[in-house]
Design a protein around this ligand. Structure first.
Ligand code: GLU
Length: 477
């Protein structure tokens, strides 16, 4: 059975590249009926941020990802938390020491610093403690000398296979005898990661390609323990442009930023899945269940993907269009309420007319700003070539329709439309010669989210007539 895991560090922030990794892990597991595990990698206590675990938890929930197992937290199961699994790691490190695959290192900070100062930056550890005798080690341990445990990297080369990047070979001399257990007794990230992946029977490791270079070290650990090596799937980063990764500084880099800007979790999930992965069919809108169904590792790209905010906007707009009205209205109502102060406006009607014209609900206020107050506008707005209207003839058209509307028996969209079309016909005019001037007079804008008759319904009879009158005055001035 396939078992994948999402192993974020609690940084207080869910980068969309990380969320994308979680999604791929989830899809790969669920596609084959396997399990998806959530493991918080918090052994680096200095980087710990309060509340960060909640952000990870809430983000996955909002994105529609549910992990399959974990410690009981009262009825539900929480994520595995590495810092709470401390003892295991030491046990495994000591097993490697026993096997001669790792060793105690008692070098002081000062010694390591001077080593670094003497050599070039990034100089590797000189294996000073590898040659300590058993007695020296015993004595140091007895005297309580602080120590770390280091991996003993053997000579030769290490080759591993990655499902996206193929076979990768690295000379072992490029690798340092990395620390497995730090002087505080906690494992380093690299060590805890391997132990946990093994203990949790992870079959497929999916992660950012920045970990490609660490993978040979992990392989050497698996070999030293005699454990099975998981299938590796490394994914390219999400970029802001050709040269820069999408980062916290660019805004928009986290799931939370996007949700705060009005993007729907389902649209974000859909969009970011397609960043770096291509389905075999020529479609772009997929629900999470469809993604589980069709996800195939073969579609993962080796090259970095560029985050395109316009594409995301488009996709979010498609999701809003397809949303059931009530669900959409829950989201749009507070924004419309805030934007419209005029009494008696039918907010549901406002929501309805803009539904197909927005990419997020925050686009609504700019589309409906004419409701509260008619903006000042130029006479030239009445000129429309195709509608055959201009600043002169619009005066007559507006006067004509004013008289008709004043006596309109019904004030609903269908009746008003019938009335305007009949008036045009009876006077030998094109429909647009009535509709365009009315639309201009009511909105004062070159573009509106709906037509003339809907504007009449929206504003009501009294306000509509008042605005048409104002239009006549403007054109006559
Ligand atoms: N804790 C690592 C991170 O947040 C996970 C890397 C991995 O998936 O192995 O990047």
């Amino acid at each position: 059975m396939i078992r994948t895991r999402f192993a974020p560090s609690p940084t207080g922030y869910m980068h969309i590249g990380n969320l994308r990794t979680a999604l791929y892990e989830y899809f790969i597991a669920k596609h084959s009926g396997g399990s998806f595990i959530l493991r918080i990698e918090d052994t680096d206590q200095e980087r710990y941020v309060d509340g960060a675990v909640d952000i990870i938890y809430d983000t996955l929930k909002a994105a529609g990802i549910h992990h399959d197992e974990g410690p009981d937290i009262g009825g539900d199961y929480g994520p595995y938390i590495q810092s709470q699994r401390k003892n295991d790691y030491m046990k495994y490190a000591l097993e490697l020491v026993e096997k001669g695959e790792a060793y105690y290192c008692f070098c002081t900070k000062e010694r390591l610093e001077s080593l670094r100062a003497e050599g070039e930056t990034g100089v590797k550890y000189d294996r000073h403690c590898l040659s300590l005798s058993k007695e020296e080690i015993k004595k140091n341990l007895k005297d309580g000398v602080p120590f770390v445990i280091r991996q003993k990297i053997k000579e030769g080369t290490t080759t591993f296979h990655d499902e996206v990047y193929g076979d990768v070979t690295v000379p072992n001399c490029d690798m340092e005898d990395q620390i497995l257990i730090k002087s505080d007794g906690l494992p380093t990230y690299n060590f805890a990661n391997v132990i946990d992946d093994h203990l949790m029977n992870i079959t497929h490791v999916i992660r950012g390609n920045e970990y490609l270079s660490s993978t040979p070290k992990y392989n050497l650990l698996y070999e030293a323990f005699g454990w099975e090596i998981p299938t590796y799937i490394h994914v390219a980063p999400v970029m802001k442009d050709a040269h820069n990764k999408l980062s916290k500084r660019n805004g928009d880099a986290s799931f939370q930023d996007l949700v705060a800007k009005g993007y729907l979790p389902a649209a974000i999930v859909n969009y970011i899945t397609l960043l770096g992965w291509a389905p075999s069919e020529n479609r772009e809108i997929f629900s999470i269940d469809e993604l589980i169904e069709i996800f195939d590792v073969k579609g993962i790209s080796k090259s970095p993907a560029i985050f395109d905010p316009d594409k995301l906007k488009w996709m979010n707009g498609e999701y809003i269009k397809a949303m059931p009205f009530d669900e959409y209205y829950k989201m749009a109502e507070p924004v419309i309420k805030e934007a419209v102060k005029t009494e008696g406006i039918d907010l549901k009607f406002v929501a309805q007319i803009v539904k197909t014209r927005i990419s997020t609900v925050y686009d609504i206020p700019a589309l409906i700003d004419f409701i509260d107050a008619l903006p000042p506008y130029e006479k030239s707005l009445y000129t429309h070539k195709k509608m055959k209207t201009n600043e002169e003839n619009s005066i007559d058209f507006l006067k004509l329709i004013y008289g008709v509307l004043e006596n309109a028996p019904e004030w609903d969209n269908d009746s008003l439309y019938a009335l305007m079309v009949e008036t045009a016909k009876a006077n030998g005019l094109k429909n647009g010669q009535i509709l365009w001037p009315v639309r201009t007079a009511l909105s004062g804008k070159p573009a509106t989210p709906c037509g003339a008759t809907e504007l009449c319904v929206l504003l009501g009879k009294e306000e509509s007539l008042r605005r048409i009158q104002k239009g006549i005055e403007l054109l006559e001035s």
